[in-house]
Design a protein around this ligand. Structure first.
Ligand code: HEC
Ligand code: HEC
Length: 229
């Protein structure tokens, strides 16, 4: 059963090679991108790690996100498929070349933590862990990791990492899909997931992923896929 589900997730990966926008044929240059990023650091910080804002809008970590994912998001903000009043003006300032350049810059800035990539038996008593690993098939919610990879560390250019991203930002994205402010997901994949989640589930799954790398490290789990057998 789980093999079938995984195969289904991989089918989606293959089916998603379609998100090409006008800037995608251009080649990004990280050195040029560093100059573009001068306007981004006020929020995303000089190290690209963003910042958690407990009472307000969190600024997401960009460092180490896949370049094609970053570029897609910038095009999506410009096209209004992703609405955010804070971010939109900064996306609008960029032309197609600047988009691929700044995406190349942030993509190479710092790697995300490398988490174990073996399958862990989820504890049914821990609802966020269960949702991440197994989902809730009674409500047709797939496990998040089926698309976002083992321990939510991301897969390829289409499925961004969740583990280690700021909780307030993750929760805001799930709410955005539910409320239609973010409409940029291929085939409505995320909207279908988000609209089935309760407010409590959104808060707890966001916190689960934001703190997962620290918790795995504290539990002594080896933080590389190779050692995780
Ligand atoms: C004034 C603060 C601010 C500035 C300056 C800013 N951003 Fe953002 N950025 C945000 C916020 C807030 C979000 C989250 C938006 C949302 O919730 O949809 C965001 C989201 C993003 C995302 C989406 C990340 C993801 O995981 O999907 C990208 C990519 C991004 N910004 C790139 C940039 C770039 C490149 C620049 C500079 C050209 C920039 N930002 C400047 C505040 C800012
Ligand atoms: C069927 C595949 C699929 C499943 C299952 C899935 N996601 Fe996603 N998710 C995606 C895709 C594709 C994107 C990127 C959409 C885009 O291009 O903007 C995404 C993006 C996200 C983002 C935005 C990240 C960022 O940097 O902006 C969050 C948060 C998220 N997913 C959370 C979840 C959670 C929580 C679950 C489980 C409850 C989940 N996802 C299950 C496919 C999936």
């Amino acid at each position: 059963m789980s093999a079938m589900r995984i195969a289904g997730g991989l089918g989606l990966v293959v089916g998603l090679g379609l998100a090409a926008g006008p800037g995608f044929a251009l080649e990004g240059d990280a050195d040029r991108g560093e100059r573009v990023a001068g306007t981004c650091t006020a929020c995303h910080q000089a190290d690209g790690m963003g910042m958690a804002m407990p009472q307000g809008e969190s600024w997401p970590r960009l460092a180490g996100l896949p370049a094609a994912y970053i570029a897609k998001q910038l095009h999506d903000f410009k096209a209004g498929r992703r609405e955010n009043a804070t971010m939109m003006p900064f996306a609008n300032m960029l032309d197609d070349q600047q988009i691929v350049d700044v995406a190349a810059y942030y993509a190479q800035l710092a790697p995300w933590p490398s988490l174990p990539d073996d399958y862990r038996a989820a504890d049914p008593g821990k609802s966020a862990e269960w949702l991440a690993e197994r989902g809730d098939w009674s409500r047709t919610v797939p496990g998040c990791n089926q698309c976002h990879g083992p321990n939510g560390q991301g897969v390829g250019s289409h499925f961004p990492p969740l583990a280690g991203q700021h909780a307030g930002y993750l929760a805001a994205q799930l709410e955005g899909w539910r409320e239609g402010r973010r409409r940029n997901d291929p085939n409505g994949l995320m909207r279908g997931v988000a609209e089935r989640l309760s407010d409590d589930e959104i808060a707890s799954i966001a916190d689960y992923y934001a703190t997962l790398p620290e918790r795995l490290a504290a539990s002594g789990a080896p933080l590389t896929g190779e050692d995780a057998q």
